[in-house]
Design a protein around this ligand. Structure first.
Ligand SMILES: Nc1nc2c(c(=O)[nH]1)N[C@H]1C(S)=C(S)[C@@H](COP(=O)(O)O)O[C@H]1N2
Ligand SMILES: [Mo]
Length: 379
């Protein structure tokens, strides 16, 4: 902190008033508990249910640091001994276990992708900080299954974590179909941003399923179970589901593929006003453009966009296909006052991020609609 800012205000000469214009303005969500609770209380409330959003200061640019990466799980993180750890694979032609050494010796793949909680940005979590992007590396699920003789008769796989859930005393588990796993080219990650997986991230091994919401990215992975029917555990059947109206009937639908979306994450001071930056991702498609409104949706202007091929130009497409694009928009010297801002992503196939929630969908998950933010520009 500079010396002048610590002086009592009465002693600060008029000319330094400008210096008190903040470097960054707070983007207040217009929905969700963040709106009602404010920044601090909202963080406390989230921590109580073991959700930690990415801090604002790291919410820009192409990669999220390991420190402060968002977290969503149960409070108790298992402490896994790397010496005795074993990954069990069953329901395959040759069921077997892998030690950590054996997993490390398999060929590794690297992927950079958006990881996002299925409930991110819904009407509870309007602040939408349950998202991050990292570089994950480890053997592919296909490589591990090949070492077990392939998938055999299995059409689905369940992934079981080693974290005990209080009362039920069973680890977290989630299932996907072989088709989904193949399409995502799922990975068994041993490292994150070049470091061994930290304990809160699932040491020593976690699932990474590019393009699918992160309830399927099972941490502290202990058991891969091949099945001949969909896994109907509580997280598949109930927890991460919406209700959708189909042919006039409301049916439960599981959260799955991340849809096209975007959000403004920061509003920072520049010489000519304010810089609005954020991310656009999802839908497994190239983001064509992002439009910004600073007047509550009356007018929209195109932001500058940097796609993953800009940041990760050395990587082949298949390693960055689910990575986010970063956008910047120069907001030139707005008058002091209160504004409503939002970003809207468009895919290269013409798809637009929806403005409104689909009336045929009820629930917390797969919310892709435009995320409004309120900002007070000081005088
Ligand atoms: N074993 C285990 N894996 C888990 C969970 C969990 O509670 N236990 N939570 C899931 C959910 S809902 C999300 S959003 C992601 C969050 O991953 P992160 O904590 O590394 O950000 O982990 C998923 N994997
Ligand atoms: Mo989640």
């Amino acid at each position: 902190m500079s010396e002048s800012t610590s002086k009592p205000s009465a002693m600060v000469p008029q000319s330094t008033a400008l210096a008190s214009v903040p470097e960054e303005l707070r983007l207040q969500p217009l929905e969700g508990i963040a709106r009602w609770f404010g920044r601090t209380l909202h963080a406390v409330a989230f921590r109580m249910v073991s959700m930690v959003e990415q801090p604002r200061t790291s919410m820009s640019g192409p990669l999220s640091p390991v420190e402060g990466y968002f977290r969503r799980d149960r409070h108790r993180h298992p402490k896994v001994d790397p010496q005795t750890y074993a990954l069990r694979v069953t329901g395959v032609p040759n069921p077997r276990s892998f030690t950590l050494e054996q997993l490390r010796a398999l060929p590794h793949e690297e992927r950079i992708l958006v990881m996002e909680c299925a409930g991110n940005g819904n009407h509870l979590m309007g602040s939408a900080g349950l998202v991050g992007q990292a570089r994950w590396s480890g053997p592919s699920l296909a490589t591990v299954l090949e070492a077990c003789g392939g998938v055999g008769d299995s059409t689905h796989f369940a992934f079981h974590g080693l974290d005990p859930i209080p009362l039920i005393r069973k680890g977290y588990h989630y299932g996907l179909s072989v088709e989904e796993l193949v399409r995502a080219r799922a990975l068994l990650a041993l490292s994150m941003n070049g470091e061994p997986l930290p304990r809160p991230r699932g040491f020593p091994l976690r699932m990474v399923v590019p393009g699918i919401y992160s309830m399927s990215h099972v941490k502290w992975l202990g058991h891969i179970e091949g099945k001949t029917a969909p896994h109907m555990g509580i997280h598949n059947r109930l927890v991460f589901t919406n209700k959708e109206r189909r042919d006039g009937k409301w049916v439960r639908v599981q959260a799955r593929w991340i849809g096209l979306k975007s959000m403004i994450t920061r509003c920072q001071r520049t010489a000519g006003g304010w810089s609005l930056t954020g991310w656009a991702w999802g839908g497994g498609k190239t983001v064509d453009r992002v439009e910004i409104t600073t007047d509550g949706g009356e007018t929209w202007q195109t932001a500058q966009l940097r796609r993953p091929d800009h940041y990760f130009e050395d990587l082949p497409d298949e390693q960055r296909e689910h990575a986010w694009s970063v956008f910047d928009f120069q907001w030139n010297s707005p008058e002091p006052g209160r504004y409503r801002l939002a970003s809207r992503a468009f895919g290269d196939d013409g798809e637009a991020q929806p403005m409104e929630e689909d009336p045929n969908v009820k629930g917390h998950f797969n919310q892709t609609r435009v995320k409004w933010r309120r900002v007070d520009v000081p005088g």
